[in-house]
Design a protein around this ligand. Sequence first.
Ligand code: SF4
Length: 351
Amino acid sequence: MAASGVTEDEYVLIGRDLVKEFAGRSGLFSRRGSHVRAVDGVTLGLKKGRTLGLVGESGSGKSTVGRLLLRLLDSTDGEILLHGEEITKDRHGDLRRARREMQMVFQDPYSSLNPTMRVGELVGEPIAYHRKLRGQALDDEVARILVAVGLSGEHARRFPDELSGGQRQRVAIARALGPSPDVLVCDEAVSALDISIQSQILNLLLRLQEELGLTILFVSHDLSVVRHVSHDIAVMYLGQIVEQGPAERVVDEPAHPYTAALLSAVPEAKPADQRSREKILLRGDPPSPSEPPQGCPFASRCPVAFEPCDKIRPEHTAVEGGGTVACHLQTAGPVLAGRPVPIELLSRAHK
Ligand code: SF4
C-alpha cells in the first residue's frame, strides 16, 4: 500500500491524505489563531476481514485518525471512502447509513456506558435505531448478541455497575455489534483492563472477526498487544504515519528508527530473548504539534539523524517484505534501500 496509492478495490475503508487541525489555545504565551495539526497527511486503508494495528505514543494522533475515519470528527482536509464511496462530506441520512457500517469500542467501559440504563437497553438502543427492530424481535436479538460476546441473556437486566470491567467491555462490544457493522474501530479497547482480562477480550475480538468477517482498526499505544492481533501495522509519530506494512515484517524487520526503538522496549516472553536484545531509550519528548518540525517529525529524538533530516520531510518508499517507510536512511546516508534498520546502528549512535 503506497502512502498515497491506496486502491479502492482491496479496501473496505480508506482515509486519504487526512489532515485534522484543532484551534490552539490562546493565552499569555501562545499566539492568537494558532493551530494544532493533530493529523498531518495520513493515508491508510482497512482490508476486508483483517486487522490494522495503529500504534504510537500518547498524542501521536492515532485516536484522532480513528474518529476521522468514523466521521465522528470532520477532517480539515483529505477524503474518506467506505466501500469505494466517498463519505467525507456526508450529512444526515447518508451519514447515519455510513455510521451503521462503522462502530467504535472505546477505552473506558466505565464512562462509555450510561450507568442509568440496563444492559438490555444499552445493547438494544443502537439496534432499534439502525435496524428498526422492536418488541420480542429486539429482545431476541439483544440476547443473541450478549451470548455472542460471552455473556448471557440474564445480563440484560443488570446495570453497568453490577458488572466487572471485562463484562462491561463485552457489553461495549455487544453495543458496537448491534447495528451489524462491517468495520470496528477499537480505541485502546483493552488498555484499562487487567492483563488476564485483556487476553480474554482480545481473543473475543479475534473470534468475532473470524465469525462475522469484521474489518478492525485496533488503535493502541501498546505494541506488544498490537502485534498479537494485527495482520498489518501502521506506526504514527507526531500526526504522521512513519512506517506501515504486514505485521510480521514490521515487527521482525522494522525499517524506521522509531519503530525499532518502540520494539526494543517490548517485553519478550522468554527472559533470555530480553537479555540478548538491545534497548533503545528515546531521549526527550516529541515536538509540539502546534509547531511541527519542517523536516522529519522524529529528527529531534532520532539517534541517527543526519544532514537532511531536520530540513526535508522524507517521502514514503517501499520496504522489502511489504509496506512503506518514511526515512532518509532508506535513500541517503547508509542507503538501506528498503532493508530493515540495523539495531546496532541505533545503539552505537545512542551511546
Ligand atoms: Fe532519523 Fe532522519 Fe530517518 Fe527521521 S529521516 S527517522 S531523523 S534518520
